[in-house]
Design a protein around this ligand. Structure first.
Ligand SMILES: [Zn+2]
Ligand SMILES: [Zn+2]
Ligand SMILES: [Zn+2]
Ligand SMILES: [Zn+2]
Ligand SMILES: [Zn+2]
Length: 536
């Protein structure tokens, strides 16, 4: 017998142990109850199945759509079962190949059993003359789809639908004709219409910002609006340069970062000041090189020297850092020197650790050039192999034989080509460059390639992105044209210049290539003209 101390909390039987409020039965039941958790799918407290992690009901799923199945002996959900039953009496129609109920009389689906009346023999498509069903504007389906009149019609409809249509809409439609497939152009106009209605800005400049995410529309609209002087081209270079600077700042270890952020702002402010004052502002690459030097030094300081404060950096750190990167010594030291001067003014440093450090620098050209046999091999490839992409052959030959820069080739347009005398005007060279037969052939192939793409762009080198616009191909595209042979065009140009300056008067080269004499002299270093030495 249990001596009753109190009543059980659940059933009212006697509880005999002083530290419990459940009777012996309820205590056993409570301690042996199955462990339940809320099921992740239905949320009810249940025993979860170890293999699925759900309750037993939610663990039973349809084998086709994974929906829960209520019945124990089924593996398909209600919807899938219904679909399967419905599909049982269907088959592929031999005419339209859709899955339909076939009629026993014809062996075809319902709509194929009644093909309708034949096309009217008196009305032929106005474009191709075929007698078939007409889709619209007197044209068969394929002619209607590629008929440019749709663009004008769509623009007119859009202008009707808008409360305040922009007055350039008609001209924009005319601009799209011939540049884009009518279906794409119509889709573009529809998307443009959405931007014009939803209380968005309709000013051309603001519109360019609003459509920036829709790349094809943004590209076409930007080309049109800037060409018709309705908007200024967006400053992409500036934005990209800012992003590149930020990525360098972000790579600096956190304790050292605020000073570098300030330094970057200081550099940009100096650049803006120089631009306003009309003196020569530093280029983006220069600013980035300075920040790269500071970033690498900051990483070196934290990782190798275990210092997290600029004030503790000393000459030893600078020397060790420069010693670890002998190839970039001069460039790194310039960046660090500028940073230290800045930090000194802001009291981040108390002494200038770069003061006594030297980096001997030679202005001579030390870049790579190609040996003669490799040049011959490349020349053969570009002048004889018809499989080579026309852009590769032209860029390669123009750089190898005429020392053309990528920038000169990038901006080469129809106006620069003299078809009678086989000459082209390259960049800022004072005289047109006469082309040899092989380069001229490659140029003709480029023009044919452009014609095949149906482009109106005046630039010789066009890409799929620029073919419908007036823009030049991107800088990186031209640099990448020779990736098949694994070199950059500038190596070909330096090869040509080194070769030429060694054999011809440097002044003539400077005049012919539109270079300054200092730039030419850099290629002349270490070259000894043996004919001018005193003969023994
Ligand atoms: Zn109990
Ligand atoms: Zn469940
Ligand atoms: Zn299902
Ligand atoms: Zn059919
Ligand atoms: Zn037709």
């Amino acid at each position: 017998m249990t001596r009753r101390i109190r009543d059980c909390r659940r059933c009212g039987r006697a509880v005999g142990k002083p530290d419990r409020d459940l009777c012996a039965r309820c205590h056993w039941a409570a301690s042996h109850a199955p462990v339940t958790h809320p099921c992740p799918r239905c949320g009810v407290d249940r025993v979860l199945q170890p293999d699925t992690g759900r309750c037993v009901r939610c663990s039973r799923t349809c084998r086709q759509c994974q929906a829960p199945v209520l019945f124990v002996d089924r593996d398909l959900c209600k919807e899938c079962l219904r679909r399967q039953r419905r599909d049982a009496d269907r088959a592929d129609c031999p005419r339209c190949s859709k899955r339909r109920i076939l009629r026993p009389a014809t062996g075809l689906c319902g709509s194929c059993s009644h093909p309708g009346r034949p096309p009217n023999p008196d009305t032929a498509c106005v474009d191709c003359g075929r007698v078939t069903r007409l889709t619209g504007a007197g044209r068969c389906r394929s002619c209607w789809e590629r008929s440019p009149h749709r663009i004008t019609v769509r623009a007119a409809n859009l202008a009707e639908a808008l409360a305040d249509p922009p007055n350039w809409l008609g001209t924009f439609a005319a601009y799209l004709v011939g540049r884009h497939h009518p279906s794409r152009a119509c889709a573009m106009l529809t998307r443009l219409g959405k931007h014009l209605t939803d209380e968005h800005p309709t000013h051309p400049q603001a519109l360019l910002g609003a459509v920036a995410d829709d790349v094809p529309l943004a590209r076409a609209l930007e080309d049109f609006l800037t060409a018709s002087k309705l908007a200024l081209p967006p400053d992409r270079d500036e934005r990209r340069a800012a992003a590149r600077r930020q990525s360098r700042i972000d790579a600096v270890p956190a304790p050292l970062r605020p000073a570098v952020t300030g330094f970057a702002e200081h550099l940009v402010a100096g650049r803006d000041r120089a631009r306003r004052a009309g003196t020569r502002p530093r280029g983006h690459t220069t600013l980035e090189a300075r920040l790269t030097a500071v970033r690498d030094f900051a990483q070196f300081l934290t990782a190798r020297r275990c210092k997290t404060d600029w004030a503790t950096a000393d000459v030893g750190d600078i020397e060790a850092f420069l010693h670890a990167h002998p190839g970039r010594r001069a460039s790194y030291l310039t960046g660090l020197r500028q940073f230290c001067r800045y930090a000194l003014r802001r009291r981040l440093l108390l002494i200038d650790p770069t003061a006594g450090v030297q980096a001997p620098q030679t202005m001579a050209f030390r870049g790579p050039t190609l040996p003669v046999d490799r040049q011959r091999e490349l020349f053969r490839r570009w002048s004889t192999d018809p499989e080579v992409h026309p852009h590769e052959a032209f860029v390669g030959l123009a750089a190898l034989l005429h020392g053309a820069t990528t920038q000169e080739l990038q901006h080469l347009t129809d106006d620069d080509i003299d078809h009678e005398q086989h000459r082209i005007r390259l960049g800022r060279r004072p005289q047109p460059t006469p082309l040899d037969p092989w380069t001229w052939t490659a140029l003709q192939r480029c023009l044919q390639h452009r014609k095949n793409l149906g482009s109106n762009n005046a630039h010789v080198l066009i890409t799929m992105q620029t073919k419908a616009t007036r823009a030049a191909a991107s800088d990186s595209y031209v640099k990448q044209t020779l990736r098949e042979v694994g070199i950059q065009p500038r190596i070909l140009r330096s090869t040509r210049l080194v070769d030429l300056i060694g054999t011809v008067d440097a002044k003539l080269v400077a005049a012919a290539y539109g270079m300054t004499s200092e730039a030419v002299i850099a290629y002349l270093s270490d070259h000894v003209d043996f004919a001018r030495l005193p003969n023994p």
